[in-house]
Design a protein around this ligand. Structure first.
Ligand SMILES: Nc1ncnc2c1ncn2[C@@H]1O[C@H](COP(=O)(O)OP(=O)(O)OP(=O)(O)O)[C@@H](O)[C@H]1O
Length: 719
């Protein structure tokens, strides 16, 4: 009896949730045996379950019931070598990194399997000539579909495995090349390699030692092509399969009729299956497999370690190639933080310039020169008369002058109606009115506290603003008040009067922290840095993970033996290096380039930013685990980032929020870390200060929470 390489026993597999509409059987009590050193052609209509069966054989999917033995062990069992180097797997999709060259693709898998560079070079030359591959420096993404498929086949063949599992390797290839591939597979089989191959070209399976027709989750036949032709008395395999399908349909109808009468489950009766499985039980299988197949006994710790290092090296080189050859990724990771920070510092926090304000100066209108008067400074004067009373003349001009010094562009109008219409038409942002007797009324008001109401009115400057633009109207309000301050100082000191007399009786003393003129940019900068350093790794990580998963690279690497933790280890190492770079970039730009205040420890600041970057990376993992596609990940990322930014306090103080919302905001990943960074920067606080270490605790807490969610999700998904 020939030794079996693969035995599938009473395998059943369902997709969907039990009881749900999508619950459907794909494999039903399926038995299959593939002897060593043979080619097994697996045929069946599209969607009949071929790929599902193959992925169970390579240990990437699990049966709901039944058993599978591959090369003497159970797929996925420790030491079985499956998934791993004993199998060469070519999935239906190309499943190669688009940024790879042909050489990179073959070397990637070769390194995973622990092959030496010289052996790899030899195999590379051989496979390129066998499969007629173009020059080695062509990128996978630039190849035609057929060429990509051949590279994918080469990657499965590179290490000359004991078992080859090929899912439609010849699709789209010209007949000559298909013939060449079959000849090579026959050669391999003669040397002891076992091949399981699916194809839609029934005719080409004539060269297989055994073929199996999968239909409705079961194998209708499992025999050599000649035996099948003889048994069904047909000239072609297609005719034979047609006959088998008709028999199965008939049996199925009979069975349904019976099941209606007996209420038995609607399955194809086992007796109707033409099956030559010779190894139907675990015991039989054990008899024919030798213990030397199990790798566990052969492998010692050192060997395992060197194999692990080989896999890590392969994944590391792959990630570097993927990253460095993707201009978008490079720009996004390295230049984007710089551009974002520069855009922020250049755009935010500076005073608005060139704001037009309408001025109606009735004081100047009383004299023939009108508004031109203000340009002739000697007509504006202040003097002390004999009664020691200060006299003012055309002081409105000084006020206008102070406004212009603050960068406001003054436009004269003849009446307040016209000026207000200019504001309404958005020609100007505000209107300022000086009454006819402004200067004399102001003199009286200052000299004598007990003046008539009309004098108070005459000495008051009226201002109308367009308040729809919050920032500009606030800025103009502040400007007018500052103008008043400098104007009165100028007017009072000209007369030798104590200038504070006409100021508000409130004096701002030197601040405890910060400056008397707080800058918006230094207030917002910590929050902006925290959000950028979180956002970038989150997007990069989720994109890379989802693309590796959707392209099948993750799956294929796993079948080659790369463990998920090894993939993660490499990603975390590389991404951490990028985060360190981004942290340094941001700090240099902020503290050296834009001279932001920094009073605390630069190392603590760097660690906090780095922790936030790690938090972002973990969030990227979560997105990739939760989201089935880029689009969903994009929606979730956008939908979650906006609230986190809006609520973190850089746009509006938390003190203005309802109590419950404030508690939520305080727990979010940006809020307290932003505050901690601000305290480090502006107050010089240290890690032992509550306001600083709470930010660290929140960052670490989120990392732990997100990793736990990822772990639970993966565990739940697997089960
Ligand atoms: N992850 C999944 N979840 C739900 N249903 C699935 C899943 N994967 C495959 N199926 C369904 O299971 C059935 C078998 O799919 P499978 O890919 O194994 O077929 P196949 O024989 O390889 O098809 P083809 O020849 O077209 O590649 C199909 O109906 C498919 O829609």
């Amino acid at each position: 009896m020939a030794t079996p390489a693969v035995v599938v026993e009473r395998a059943s597999k369902y997709y969907g949730k039990k009881g749900g509409n999508d619950y459907k059987p794909v494999l039903q009590n399926l038995d299959m045996t593939v002897e060593r050193g043979t080619i097994y052609g697996l045929l069946g209509a599209s969607g009949c379950g071929k790929t599902t069966l193959l992925s169970c054989i390579v240990g990437r999917r699990h049966l709901d019931s039944g058993n599978i033995w591959v090369l003497g062990g159970k797929p996925g069992e420790k030491g079985s070598g499956v998934p791993g180097p004993r199998v060469g797997y070519m999935p239906q999709d190309i499943a190669l990194v688009a940024e790879f060259t042909i050489r990179d693709a073959l070397y990637y898998f070769g390194r995973i399997y622990g092959m030496s560079n010289s052996l790899l070079a030899e195999r590379y030359d051989f496979l390129c000539s066998l499969l007629e591959l173009p020059g080695g420096d062509s990128f996978i993404k630039q190849l035609s579909g057929g060429q990509q498929r051949r590279v994918s086949l080469a990657a499965a063949l590179v290490h000359e495995p004991e078992l080859l599992i090929l899912d439609e390797p010849t699709v789209g290839l010209d007949p000559m090349l298909r013939e060449k591939i079959w000849d090579y597979l026959t050669e391999l089989a003669a040397k002891g390699t076992t091949v399981i191959i699916t194809t839609h070209y029934i005719d080409e399976t004539k060269q297989a030692h055994k073929i199996g027709l999968l239909r409705d989750g079961q194998l209708l036949a499992q025999d050599s092509p000649t035996d099948i032709l003889r048994r069904f008395d047909c000239d072609t395999l297609e005719d034979a399969f047609l006959k088998m399908a008709l028999i199965q349909n008939e049996n199925s109808r009979t069975n349904r009729r019976r099941s209606t009468l007996t209420s038995s489950p609607d399955v194809i009766p086992e007796t109707s299956i033409v099956n030559d499985s010779r190894f139907q039980s675990t015991e039989d299988f054990n008899v024919v497999t030798s213990s030397r197949d199990i790798l566990t006994k052969q492998e010692n710790g050192l060997e395992l370690k060197s194999k692990r290092n080989g896999r890590l090296k392969a994944v590391f080189i792959k990630s570097i190639q993927q990253f460095s050859r993707h201009p978008g990724g490079l720009i996004f990771s390295i230049l984007f933080p710089m551009l974002q920070v520069m855009a922020f510092y250049s755009a935010v926090g500076r005073d608005p310039k060139g704001l037009h304000v309408a001025v109606v100066n009735d004081e100047a209108a009383t004299i023939p020169m009108g508004n031109e008067l203000c340009k002739t400074s000697n007509l504006t004067w202040v003097a002390m008369n004999e009664e020691q009373i200060c006299e003012y003349h055309m002081l409105s001009c000084w006020f206008v002058d102070e406004m212009e010094k603050r960068g406001i562009i003054v436009e004269y109008y003849n009446s307040t109606e016209e000026a207000k219409m200019a504001v309404a038409a958005r020609t100007t942002y505000g209107a300022v009115y000086f009454p006819t007797n402004f200067s004399s009324a102001l003199a009286l008001r200052i000299a004598d506290g007990y003046v008539e109401d009309n004098i108070v009115e005459e000495s008051t400057i009226a201002v109308w603003l367009d308040m729809t633009d919050h920032q500009i109207s606030n800025f103009l309000k502040r400007s007018v008040m500052k103008t008043y301050e400098t104007f009165t100082k100028r007017a009072m000191s000209a007369c030798g009067i104590n200038e504070d007399l006409v100021q508000l009786p409130v004096r701002m003393k030197p601040p405890i922290y910060g400056s008397l003129e707080p800058e918006m940019v230094s207030y917002m900068a910590p929050g902006v840095m925290i959000t950028i350093i979180y956002f970038l790794p989150a997007i990069v990580t989720s994109t890379l993970m989802i693309s590796d998963r959707l392209d099948g690279v993750w799956e294929r690497s796993a079948v080659a033996g790369v463990q998920p933790k090894e993939m993660l280890q490499v990603h975390i190492t590389l991404q951490s290096a990028v985060i360190v770079l981004q942290t340094l970039e941001m700090m240099v730009l902020a503290f050296v380039g834009y001279d932001l205040p920094f009073k605390g420890s630069i190392v603590t600041c760097g660690i906090l930013l780095f922790l936030q970057g790690l938090g972002g990376m973990c969030y990227g993992f979560l997105l990739s685990v939760l989201c089935s596609s880029f689009t969903v990940a994009f929606f979730v990322a956008t939908g979650s980032f906006y609230p986190m930014i809006l609520l973190c306090g850089i746009l509006w103080p938390l003190e203005g929020m309802p109590w419950a919302l404030k508690q939520v905001a305080l727990m979010l990943p940006f809020t307290l870390p932003s505050r901690s960074l601000r305290d480090l920067m502006e107050r010089g606080s240290g890690i032992t200060d509550y306001n600083v270490y709470i930010g660290f605790l929140i960052s670490i807490g989120w990392i732990v929470l997100i990793l736990t969610l990822c772990f639970l999700r993966l565990k739940y998904k697997k089960s």
